[in-house]
Design a protein around this ligand. Structure first.
Ligand code: BG6
Length: 482
């Protein structure tokens, strides 16, 4: 995981005319190039159905980089970078096209000195994954190569299992890199550092000290033109099954034996096996109606393009999760995610038990203000510990105060984009930040009972979701933090 540079290779992006390539993959590769992290011999080959020549592809990617790269675009980097970009237009299902494609890649190997190594990146809609993978196998193109598979990986347990069988038919597990881009976020990796490089937190990281945990992934955006995709997904498939369960696994797993892909993923799978299947009775689903976000009137989900009338797709979900193991038994974990909420925020809040005996009962330090640690995954990345302190003055008044770590302030730099780290690691063959087959299947199993569509509760855009979510947590004498 150091500053090693990958071996020479061709990065083949399937779905190269799509949104993901423009917004994430190419800007990430450009920034890796800018930081001198790519090998000197590399080529990026876009593959898609859309007819386009090399120059058109390069100019579309130039536009994409200037729009989406975190560092903007600078001619002195773009000029040499673009020389590594090429495009091949073809159908994923046409065997003669694949024969031509293989020949073409062999020529690229000669031109760029990439020595036959490939990183295949499936950035297409998921329906195309099996065909692409099958053809790579048929063409004998899997050796000396790795494959990155984007989310969604399956639609439920059965389809995820089928997709695993398809990929395993062609690639060995160590060649497969299933993306969950949350794992590429600096702040998520820092959870491991926070827990396992500091002696003071681990002793209190258990049921004796932790009362409850809340994980929030809230977004203020709505569908952003992805209505028809989202209609087939919903908040549970889009966020809970992957990003939120990964946050939970990272937060709650046992210390791994070693800091390597197998040890870390073994612990995550072990934790996920202890997570009880989520109960529909302990889940609240919501769907936004018209409202106001950031001072702007916005339409409801049913008015979004691509959404059929009467859709029951949830744009919000809150649920209680239980972990049946020695460390966490009896500690409720509340997950909440939603679109069109008041702000974009991914946080993990760990609430500690209150003091066993309150000396200062009249002081106004209410129960919800008990000590808590907030990991701000994004934005405003950092960690805050909140505790009670005496308000200066003659009476015994107590107020919550914060001890704060802020990335910007401490390191003077904003964290890199998750995709940079993930693409680099896939090129290096380091699977630590990718999801293993058993891990993905267990995550689907955990959400299996709450997947069936049921009428969601309406909530106005710009609010914190249906009131029923507060009732869900009320029996635990606990409140969703807003
Ligand atoms: C994606 C979801 O996986 O994550 C999107 O499909 C969501 O719906 C996005 O907006 C959120 O990612 P981030 O990095 O902005 O939190």
């Amino acid at each position: 995981m150091g500053l090693e540079r990958p071996d020479p290779q061709i990065i083949v992006i399937f779905g190269a005319s799509g949104d993901l390539t423009k917004r994430k993959a190419i800007p990430a590769l450009y920034n890796l190039f800018r930081e001198n992290l790519l090998p000197s011999n590399f080529a990026v080959v876009g593959f898609a159905r859309t007819p386009m020549n090399r120059e058109e592809f390069r100019s579309t990617m130039r536009e994409a980089v200037s729009q989406h790269s975190r560092s903007g675009i600078a001619e002195r980097y773009w000029g040499p970078f673009k020389e590594h970009l090429d495009y091949f237009s073809g159908s994923y299902s046409d065997p003669s096209g694949w024969i031509e494609f293989r020949k073409y890649l062999e020529e690229v190997d000669v031109d760029f000195g990439t020595e036959g190594r490939r990183l295949y990146y499936c950035a297409t809609p998921p329906s195309a994954f099996p065909e692409i993978i099958h053809c790579i196998g048929e063409m004998d193109m899997a050796e000396e190569s790795r494959i990155v598979v984007e989310k969604p990986f399956g639609y439920d347990l059965g389809t995820a299992h089928d997709l695993n069988s398809v990929v395993h038919g062609v690639f060995k597990e160590h060649q497969i890199f299933r993306i969950d881009h949350y794992l590429g976020k600096e702040t998520v990796q820092n959870i491991l550092v926070f827990r396992f490089s500091n002696g003071m937190f681990e002793p209190i990281w258990n049921r004796s000290y932790v009362e409850s945990v809340q994980i929030d992934v809230t977004e203020s955006v709505g569908m952003e033109g992805r209505g028809s995709f989202y209609e087939g997904a919903g908040a549970i498939r889009d966020i809970v099954q992957n990003h939120m369960l990964q946050l939970l696994a990272t937060l709650a797993m046992e210390p791994p034996a070693l800091f390597d892909a197998e040890s870390i993923r073994n612990e995550k799978v072990k934790l996920l096996r202890s997570v009880r299947q989520i109960d529909p009775v302990e889940t609240v689903k919501g769907q936004y109606t018209l409202g106001v976000v950031d001072g702007r009137a916005v339409p409801g989900y049913l008015e979004e393009p691509g959404v059929p009338p009467g859709s029951m797709t949830e744009t919000y979900a809150a649920m209680k999760v239980s972990i049946d193991n020695w460390r966490w038994a009896g500690v409720p974990v509340f997950l909440r995610t939603g679109k069109r909420m008041p702000r974009r925020e991914t946080t993990i809040t760990v609430y500690f038990h209150g003091a066993p005996h309150l000396l200062f009962e009249a002081s106004g330090l209410e129960r919800p203000r008990r000590n808590h640690l907030t990991i701000r995954v994004q934005p405003d990345e950092g960690i805050t510990l909140t505790f009670g302190a005496k308000v200066p003055g003659p009476d015994m008044k107590i107020a919550p105060v914060d001890m704060d770590f802020d990335y910007d302030e401490s390191f003077m730099s904003a964290p890199a984009e998750a995709y940079e780290r993930l693409i680099l690691d896939a090129m290096l063959g380091d699977a630590t930040l990718f999801t293993r087959a058993d891990e993905i299947e267990r995550s689907w199993q955990i959400v299996e009972k709450i997947l069936p569509k049921s009428p969601p509760e309406p909530y106005p855009a710009g609010t914190w979701g249906p009131a029923a979510a507060d009732e869900l947590v009320a029996p635990d004498n606990w409140h969703l933090r807003h």
